[in-house]
Design a protein around this ligand. Structure first.
Ligand SMILES: [Zn+2]
Length: 122
């Protein structure tokens, strides 16, 4: 893989299942005699606009459908912890998180606000 993984561990299961499914398709292609160097290959896995993006080289329709299905699953799964999540728009920044992770983010933001408030009083 060229660029590696760039998303939260909450999507691990989705990525694992997708990888297994893609591997099965690739095995079929390989069995049909396609040259090793021309086989479909994952180039990058990342979070973008709150959803899972799986980039490949040489994917076919079957693989595209699998990737599409995984992407749809990702916008219903918390990227941080893997619990059922909700696609959220935080002032133009998209994330998929469960309520607990979302609240944690809010608490962190409030803490930062308090900390910076204290600093400005010094
Ligand atoms: Zn979560």
């Amino acid at each position: 893989m060229c660029f590696g993984f760039d998303c939260g561990s909450g999507w691990f299961e989705i990525i694992l299942e997708l990888s297994i499914d893609i591997e099965k398709v690739v095995e079929k292609i390989k069995a049909n005699g396609l040259d090793e160097t021309r086989l479909p290959m994952v180039t990058q896995v990342k979070e973008k606009y709150g959803g899972l993006n799986f980039y490949m080289r040489g994917e076919n329709k079957e693989i595209s459908a699998l990737i599409h299905r995984a992407a749809k699953r990702s916008v219903k799964t918390c990227e941080k912890c893997g619990s059922p999540g909700k696609f959220r728009n935080i002032v133009g920044w998209y994330v998929t998180e469960c309520q607990a992770c979302f609240d944690e983010r809010d608490n962190f933001k409030n803490q930062l606000r308090r900390t910076s408030g204290t600093d400005s009083q010094k």
